[in-house]
Design a protein around this ligand. Structure first.
Ligand code: PNS
Length: 168
């Protein structure tokens, strides 16, 4: 039988515990899940380069054998057709996410009619969480241990945190 491949697409700047919860749940539903780091043209000033975002995402997904991480600089629909993915998985935190996600889902369907978008409701404990919250709290020297996995905390602190001897 054909392998069922799903893609979890996003900027992942950086990957949060909320993202990881969706990826883990998706990995139980599909044969393979690709965490795909893409360019969001509305977010030009990223904190981490694509290669860094891939590295951080790989580190926190290494315990999930059917999950791999990739970067693509083009259209999500083109990548999905190329790898034969059947589904895009998006996490929804609140109604406010829906309008933007709905627009993207319809655009991707137009570009690749066989590609489905599935929405997963975020775990209630991550409803407030986003990469931009992580960047803001880290930049101001706050504790991000509730927001991201321990393996990547130091990288985020070093990149964004106040410049102390420890963060150099
Ligand atoms: O985490 P984000 O920034 O909300 O994710 C948005 C992302 C990266 C998935 C979206 O911008 C995207 O798909 N970019 C790739 C270019 C593309 O395919 N655009 C058309 C679909 S809207």
């Amino acid at each position: 039988m054909e392998k069922r491949i799903a893609i979890c697409p996003g900027s992942f700047d950086p990957i949060t515990k909320g993202h990881l919860d969706i990826i883990r749940r998706a990995s139980g539903l599909f044969d393979e899940v690709i965490v795909l780091i893409l360019v969001n043209y509305a977010k030009s000033n990223t904190a981490f380069t694509p290669a860094e975002r891939v590295e951080l995402a790989r580190r926190v997904t290494k315990d999930m054998p059917n999950v791999r991480v990739d970067f693509f600089g083009g259209l999500l629909a083109d990548y999905a057709s190329h790898v034969g993915a059947c589904t895009l998985i998006k996490g929804l935190r609140a109604v406010s996410d829906f309008e933007y996600e709905f627009q993207m889902a319809l655009t991707n369907k137009k570009l690749c009619p066989t590609l489905e978008t599935m929405f997963m409701t975020t775990d209630i404990k991550y409803m407030y969480l986003s990469s931009s919250i992580v960047r803001e709290v880290a930049t101001m020297g706050g504790d991000i241990s509730e927001f991201v996995c321990p393996e990547i905390i130091d990288d985020i602190r070093r990149r964004l945190g106040p410049k102390t001897e420890e963060n150099k």
